[in-house]
Design a protein. Sequence first.
Length: 105
Amino acid sequence: MSAPCFHAGDRVRVLDLARTGHVRTPRYARGKCGVVERVCGVFGNPEELAYGRWNGAPIPLYRVRFRLADVFPSGAVEAGARDDSDHDTIDVELYESWLAPETTA
């Protein structure tokens, strides 16, 4: 089992990797920075399991919280809608293989 590298409160960056096939990391989160909200546990890598590869080491899964304004540009708010994007957040569950400390470009 792999011990988590990150903990609640750590600032992380989602890697912007060009992977094909079964990928659980949403494109809109790639390259963005957020804060680990919690460690969800350690699980099999879904990118390997999708292809029947069961022998891989389990990896940590995190819930990462992003400011909505950092993920979606302010122009993405519908016309006439209240723009709370400076305060609103979005949570995404991401595997450790997609994360790096925020200071890593």
